[in-house]
Design a protein around this ligand. Sequence first.
Ligand SMILES: *Cc1c(COP(=O)(O)O)cnc(C)c1O
Length: 425
Amino acid sequence: MSSRAALDVFDRRESEVRGYIRSFPTVFDRATGSTLVDADGREYLDFFAGAGVLNYGHNNPVFTGALIEYLERDGIIHGLDMATSAKKAFIEAFERLVLAPRGLDHKLQFTGPTGANAVEAALKVARQATGRSTVVAFTNAFHGLSLGSLAATGNSHYRGAAGVGLDDVARLPYDGYLGADIDTLDLLEKMLDDPGSGLDLPAAVIVEAVQGEGGINVASAAWLQRLREITAARGILLILDEIQAGVGRTGAFFGFEDAGIVPDVVTVSKSISGSGLPMSLVLLRPDVDVWKPGQHTGTFRGNNLAFVSARVALETYWADSAFTDAIAAKSELLRIELERIAADHPDEGFVVRGRGLMYGLACDSDRTLAGRISAEAFRRGLVIETSGAFDEVLKFLPALTISEEELDRGLAIVRDSLDVVLAAG
Ligand SMILES: *Cc1c(COP(=O)(O)O)cnc(C)c1O
């Protein structure tokens, strides 16, 4: 049976809401590292990494071993927010390997295991801590699809599904939205200080250091620093949504790290467990941690298997700089090749942008091009997604553990796919 025929049951029984299955129409069966294998045994190179969940690759043996061992000794699987040895070991590792080296004194809140739930918690606690309701979010932001997080998300395709008002969020232009020469924070600052602007003093500003779903838009270090200054001076909390840009994706553990800023609140999810098991965290500066016991609860806050692999990920990859050095080298390869592709196709007017192993090849002159390259690449054995408001950006999000050979091989497929798509007209 071909994989296409094997998709029948999904067409017949799975809701119309299904998404990625349409871009990558096959039945996946197993995976290791950066290779996915479908039920027919066909291999695909993975430049998608579960939308940033699989920064350490699929079924990384470092995690698999630890998880199997934990299962075999009957370690606690589900713990609500009770203390467990797996959770204790994770918190200690996070304190030692992430917080302490960066001089961060944040407390850890474990939320329900989706990114959206972490964002909900961040927005709630910011509103509660300040007693204010407005939150500033940026153009092309993606913060999740539950109502509070959706209100902060920009994309009208997602917003249109809400069916109720998405209130208390003010939208301002992200870095670069009005072109390279305009500092969009001039507008925020002016509006905050002008009682006629119509912008109420916000509880918080929520921002991604690099916008993933919104089209791989990169905030400059200077812009993030100025945003930190503007918010700090006015008692506005700064929330960094690190759900996609965090955990090494931009080349450092946090996407905001290179800017040298300290956010009041940080949301982390996607790759934090390392193994792909669901897990979410909110980091809170102690003075923002105004929660009352059990005030933001959730049944699945204690996914202890996730805590086990999350701890192993920190111990394996974040104890020294070897991992980030390797990401930097691969980032350079990726950037150079994307710039070469752009230079070789001047008519398409490609724009290359990104940091670390989070890159976009944007084509505004033909917004269907990225989608057509993605489809052709899939036929040639590469899984690569698009992003941006018009899906006009081909999104390079390989595992951070990908080999240089795999990176080259995937890039060659992208090049070939582009040639085929352009030749087809
Ligand atoms: C994926 C993502 C979310 C939402 O996470 P879910 O687990 O899908 O709810 C929020 N913010 C950013 C930046 C994301 O990339």
